[in-house]
Design a protein around this ligand. Sequence first.
Ligand SMILES: [Zn+2]
Length: 274
Amino acid sequence: MPELPEVTVIAEDVRSLAAGKEVTRAAIFRDDVSNAGVEGFGEKLVGKTLKGTGRRGKIITLDFGDYVGVVHLVISGRVLRLPEWREPDKIHTAVVEFDGGEPLVLAFTRLWLGYFDLYDPDRVDDHPLLKRLGPDPFSEEFTPEYLRYVFRRKAAIKGLLLDQSVVSGLGNIYVDEVLFEAKVHPTRKANTLTPEEIEAIHSATRDILGRAIEARGTTFDSYHDAFGETGKFQHQLKVFTHAGEPCPVCGTGIHKLRVAGRGTHVCPVCQPTD
Ligand SMILES: [Zn+2]
């Protein structure tokens, strides 16, 4: 599932490919791919120019002036550049063609669980997913003080970091890496963390996400950028996907367990449970 770094890369790729270009055709596979429906999707987008792109948590935003595209790729969605127009189908769930020089056709794939909604710019904060998003890890609101406040709860730290209303953009891969870097066990109750541990989680979050964006994301299963290239951060992962291998810090075998319903990777020595 694309997390903050992968969504950042895809949003920037779409901007570099399509910003300043006008939509000449746009279609979706089924009504449930967009709040605009099959009829409205093309009607609303054709003739609009893509002014820019952004990211909110793990959601891509596309600024079409009168409308903002809110794209959630969820599990295995991708943005693909197609050689020519094709009608949407089960895989190519939303297809948008732009003009200008050689035609540009982008497919937003596998949006069965995700979507490509169109919102009025002044209503976009009402989107059900966007209105519950917590601070972005690169925003000014994301401070150690903020984390101390949200971590006063007696819940496993991993579950809280995965909760998009607490911090937006983190998912299973980066939470495991952040907690390893901060030397905090994922099952620790948030209200037992010391100020130093909270500080370490704060700085590891920004450090790891920043390096992952530089490496253009992590390709672990299906993720590719909009140019069809894989990310490179999987080569820098220290615990995720490394179950049974030696910890890069102390040499102990990495354990895999389930926390918050998700496969979780820890070093039992570097990340003690108490
Ligand atoms: Zn270790």
